[in-house]
Design a protein around this ligand. Structure first.
Ligand SMILES: Nc1nc2c(c(CN[C@H]3C=C[C@H](O)[C@@H]3O)cn2[C@@H]2O[C@H](COP(=O)(O)O)[C@@H](O)[C@H]2O)c(=O)[nH]1
Length: 369
């Protein structure tokens, strides 16, 4: 999308925050994700941002976030999330975000992978949270990194049992999930004394530094690829891990970060679907046709990267538009809360059967989101 289509004032503000304009401060560390998103968006062919759609959606989003008093507290209002504010919850969030990817299914709703817990079936992201909570109830130390390394206490069969499905469809990419746990347990043992809290301590209350530490030390968080000859970073699970800590601990303790605004939205497969449904993202006819026919987009192909990168840039424009129209929003809204709000809203719409009219989400099978 070229500059002249978007609001020049907004773009100038956003580029300034990127350290691309005059007087921008580049003091705090950066993850490079926003710069990547800008590059992807400026070179995208099959995805564009609608300035009019984004402006309209910004007002709607702000109004609903206000009505719901949407804040970091909302995170803990989800009763399946861990409630204790301690290191056990840090370990839960770390474990969850090692595995927080690719729950979508090709099967009809009643046949897709689901986890039975507390008397109901959970699907998608919530199936992961339910499986971890169920394992802890059953006495498995699934959120303790040393457990992942202990092949006697935790052979593959135990992990298969922990992630067992209530339907005939197993959890997608189970082998990859097991390998990620084994590798992460080994890295934590060798470099962080087996404690995710030690990674947080090393980041000195910088969200960007923590994202960079996760990517530097754990290969499974290296969510980057090449686009038009340049390396582009999306870092979805590393960023949402930090965001979950910030929200869960309400910006204090293990969630205290001076630069939480350096995090972008998390380029998964749900938020792009919402942004397209809100007419913020525009897809080319050939892309829309592939998505409508549920064709897989291959990891790293241009269309997939354009959806993810433009979604990141779009949420930044939404944030700026909200802050421009409502200066009081500056302390209350950031890319993280807009993202969380859009995800929760998408799931509420789905539960009410209101998502049927939306274009399906794109299908890419990946360990990165
Ligand atoms: N961008 C973004 N992606 C998110 C979430 C969440 C859940 N976050 C919780 C924490 C705070 C919020 O209030 C939510 O309650 C999961 N995902 C991603 O979606 C996909 C799962 O989709 P489905 O199969 O439909 O459940 C999968 O890639 C998963 O990684 C989010 O918030 N933002």
């Amino acid at each position: 999308m070229s500059d002249d289509e978007a609001d020049p004032e907004l773009l100038a503000l956003l580029r300034q925050s990127l350290g691309l304009g005059p007087g921008s401060s580049t003091a705090c560390p950066s993850t490079g994700v926003l710069k990547s998103a800008e590059y992807i968006c400026d070179n995208a062919i099959d995805v564009a941002i609608s300035p009019g759609g984004t402006k309209a959606a910004a007002e709607t989003i702000w109004r609903h976030m206000q009505q719901k008093h949407y804040s970091t507290e909302t995170w803990s209002s989800h009763k399946l999330h861990p409630q204790s504010k301690d290191e056990a919850t840090v370990n839960f969030i770390f474990t969850m975000n090692l595995l927080n990817f690719s729950f979508w299914s090709e099967l009809p709703l009643e046949e897709r992978f689901a986890v039975e817990y507390r008397g109901r079936r959970w699907t998608g992201y919530w199936s992961l949270v339910a499986a971890l909570q169920r394992a802890l109830d059953e006495g498995y130390a699934i959120t303790t990194p040393s457990f992942w390394q202990d092949l006697d206490l935790c052979p593959d069969g135990v992990l298969e049992h922990i992630f067992r499905s209530a339907t005939a469809e197993p959890i997608p990419l189970l082998a990859q999930r097991i390998a990620i746990l084994r590798e992460a347990g080994d890295i934590l043992h060798r470099q962080f004394d087996g404690r995710p809290a030690n990674i947080i301590a090393r980041a000195n209350q910088s969200a960007a530094a923590l994202v960079n530490l996760l990517v530097e030390h754990f290969p499974n968080f290296r969510d980057s690829t090449h686009f038009h000859g340049r390396e582009v970073r999306l870092y979805k699970r590393a960023q949402i891990l930090v965001a979950d800590l910030w929200a869960c601990f309400n910006g204090s303790s293990y969630g205290a970060f001076d630069d939480i605004r350096s995090l972008t939205m998390f380029a998964d497969y749900r938020i792009p679907q919402m942004l397209q449904g809100l007419h913020c993202l525009l897809y080319s006819p050939r892309l829309e046709s592939r998505i409508k026919r549920l064709h897989h987009l291959h990891p790293g192909e241009d269309m997939e990267i354009e959806i993810r990168g433009c979604s990141i840039w779009c949420v930044e424009l939404l944030r700026l538009e909200i802050e421009r129209r409502h200066p009081e929003a500056k302390g209350k809204v950031n890319a993280v809360l807009i993202d969380f709000f859009l995800y929760d809203t998408c799931k509420e719409m789905e539960a009410r059967g209101e998502a049927d009219g939306m274009l399906p989400h794109h299908r890419t099978r990946s360990i990165f989101y």
